[in-house]
Design a protein around this ligand. Sequence first.
Ligand code: GRF
Length: 207
Amino acid sequence: MNIAVFASGSGSNLQQIIDRQKSGELPVKISLFVGNNSKAPCFERAQEAAIPTLHISQSHFKTEEIYTEKLLTALKDAAVELIILAGYMKMLPPALIAAYPFKIINVHPALLPSFGGEGMYGIHVHRAVKEHGCRISGITIHFVDEEYDRGAIIHQESVPVFETDSAEDIAERVLNCEHNIYWQVIKAIAQKSIYVKNGRVCGIFKR
Ligand code: GRF
């Protein structure tokens, strides 16, 4: 399966995907990396792994249509079958989402539908989890639709939250969980053990 990874920041999830692919544990080809910030570490990680990269931002284009067309052409040229969002901070254009139904996935650093939506990213999520006194947090891997963090849930995994945890402690535990799990879910999709039937996510996720 040809995949594209979209990222904006540190790219530690991208690195996991690269490493698991290289070790032969993840049977995919990363045929494209898309980033909106060429100075971000994720860009360097992609280049170091010799993945074709596309630096693109809507601000480079006169209209959203031209921007979307450019993105769609790049995805088509790379024969991308599954798009992985790994800390991508830009909203995808609706026409792109419509062109890849149930073929775009994201990892969110909390248990959706709690602690999702606009403004719920990075440390803001973990601060909110702490402020609410949650005993657990976790990760949600979901399909992407036109609204932030709303698409069909593929897999969730919880982590404990301790009384003495800072938001940073929670963030670290959650990120570790993402590193352990995200690539395995991608593998399950590539191997068709997770699939979509009548708009519902079916199948088993086996470690
Ligand atoms: C992760 O916490 C993920 O949940 C969120 O963005 C962050 C990306 O981290 N979507 P990294 O760039 O992969 O290190």
